[in-house]
Design a protein around this ligand. Structure first.
Ligand code: DPM
Length: 388
């Protein structure tokens, strides 16, 4: 790693999917604005999540499914940093790793893409029993709650694969008269991913958070590095976008306090307005969508009267895995406190019981064991496509 005299090349780890490479290249482009002389090399890798495509994600039972192999490369020093979708990064990272940069958040909302042959333009216009493809428990639970007449079905594979599963969905010829003859009538995806792929014209409906809330960290890109690699930490720091960092620190602190991994049915809507009013709304759902809890609190991220505390020790500067050196500690603490407070109020009203149901469903021990065996026995070799 060298921050710019051109002698050394900055090595960047990335998953191989089209979306991952688009994301990595966009971060490199942003970094070039700050470090015009730096040279970059992308090191492409497959992750466990990329290899196992025949299982609904939450059932694979491995944490850091899409990030582990990249983190190993980082720890070994074969790459200097890796680019992730923030929402795929657990709230607690391995000890020696941290998020050194968070780019300005794109659209955080979810979207619906409806089969091109159908006239419906929104979830509410789909015929009874139509099948919506998603493997996000968060999306499943919210759809079941709001649209009990729709069916949800797991759909895996990278974005290209999912889109073709939708558009190649055929009408079941034995079932011409059914109201929902298509294998998939619609899929749900994050707007940010769709836009990065250049597919915005395929969006049928953008879901407002007043209807369907988004995942913690959704729409933001995060750059992970070794926390003791000060050169890289300094190299990445100019990327940090204050508003995004404050929002995602609140969201990730909430998720951390709730103890939910990235597959928990937890969703948020977090905003920072021009008066620095940070507002965090969060919800938890049971898998059938029948039980849910929502809570909303806000706090003004005001500079306190006393002079701002400077960051001192490294531990003091980490907020839910984010190393945000150039931002004021006071501000980050306020965002963190807001997330924790919303989580505590949810827990006080029974959020953990509601989530427990999903967690038990999620981590059936015998299934987890079976999948781990399959991974070990090389079942993954025959599965070469990538997720997302
Ligand atoms: C996580 C979830 C999904 C991804 C779960 C969730 C969606 C899985 C699915 C944690 N990671 O959102 O509740 O739809 O079956 C993922 C996508 C992006 C990052 C794709 C997507 C792109 C958007 C972004 C997969 N991770 O959600 O449509 O960068 O935030």
């Amino acid at each position: 790693m060298d921050s710019g005299d051109g002698e050394k090349v900055v090595k960047v780890g990335s998953r191989k999917s089209q979306l991952a490479l688009i994301q990595t290249n966009s971060v490199i482009d942003s970094l070039k604005l700050f470090h015009p002389n730096a040279r970059f090399e992308i090191v492409e890798m497959n992750t466990t999540g990329d290899k196992i495509l025949d299982k609904p994600l939450p059932k694979i039972g491995e944490k850091s499914l899409f990030t582990k192999e990249l983190e190993v490369a980082l720890e070994e020093g074969s790459v200097d940093f890796v680019v992730h979708s923030l929402k795929d990064l657990p709230t607690t990272l391995p000890d020696n790793l941290a998020i050194g940069g968070i780019c300005k958040r794109e659209n955080a909302r979810d979207a619906v893409i409806i089969h091109p042959k159908l006239e419906a333009k929104s979830l509410s216009e789909l015929a009874k029993n139509s099948i919506v493809g998603t493997s996000s428990l968060r999306r499943v639970a919210q759809v079941r709650q709001l649209y009990p007449d729709l069916e949800v079905k797991s759909i895996r594979g990278n974005l290209n694969t999912r889109l073709s599963k939708l558009t190649n969905s055929v009408v079941d010829s034995n079932n011409k008269d059914a109201e929902n003859p298509l294998q998939y009538s619609a899929i749900m995806l994050a707007v940010a991913g769709i836009e990065r792929m250049g597919w915005e014209n395929k969006i049928s409906q953008i879901l407002e958070p007043s209807e369907i809330m988004y995942a913690v960290g959704q729409g933001a890109l995060a750059i992970e590095c070794r926390s003791d690699d000060q050169k890289t930490v300094d190299f990445l720091a100019p990327l940090h976008d204050r508003s995004t960092v404050l929002r995602v620190v609140a969201e990730r602190s909430l998720l951390k306090k709730l103890g939910g991994g990235c597959s928990a049915p937890v969703a948020v809507n977090c905003t920072l307005d021009d008066n620095d009013n940070l507002s965090l709304e969060a919800g938890v759902w049971s898998l059938d969508g029948k039980k849910s809890l929502k809570k909303k609190l806000s706090a003004v991220i005001a500079t306190k009267d006393e002079p701002p505390k400077k960051m001192t020790k490294k531990e003091d500067t980490l907020f839910a895995g984010i190393l945000a050196g150039k931002l004021l500690k006071d501000e980050l603490e306020m965002a963190q406190d807001l997330g924790i407070k919303v989580a505590e109020e949810l827990v006080a009203e029974g959020a953990l019981d509601i989530m427990e149901e999903a967690r038990a469903e999620n981590e059936k021990p015998e299934e987890v064991k079976k999948f781990k065996e399959e991974i070990k026995n090389g079942a993954s070799d025959k599965l070469v496509q990538e997720q997302r």
